[in-house]
Write a protein of this length. Structure first.
Length: 115
């Protein structure tokens, strides 16, 4: 599975971004897809995940501000983030877990929240 993340950029505090993750295979054939982020000097953490059945979960830090969704027809997963804060600044990675529990990562897209 190859994953192509896009949509990052520089945004002011309080702004919004939508990240996209395009998969090379049918996302209906994977167990789950998610977004993780890694700030400088910190570990990579889960932001949001959506399962093949459509169940979602979010980290406490983005709950209420982020929405993960998927378009099976486009093999794309989205992460809509609102009310962005400087602490949301990080490299955001797309992730997929296949049916045989292999983990795949995209290349990352930078999100910088700054005035």
């Amino acid at each position: 599975v190859q994953l192509q993340a896009s949509g990052g950029g520089l945004v002011q505090p309080g702004g919004s971004l939508r990240l996209s993750c395009a998969a090379s295979t049918s996302i209906s054939s994977v167990n789950a897809m998610g977004w993780y982020r890694q700030a400088p000097g910190k570990l990579r953490d889960l932001v949001a995940r959506v399962t093949s059945g459509g169940s979602t979960n979010y980290s406490d830090s983005v709950k209420g501000r982020a929405t993960i969704s998927k378009d099976n027809a486009k093999n794309t997963v989205y992460l809509q983030m609102n009310s962005l804060k400087p602490e949301d600044t990080a490299l955001y990675y797309c992730n997929a877990v296949s049916r045989d529990w292999r983990i795949y990562w995209g290349q990352g897209t930078q999100v910088t929240v700054s005035s």
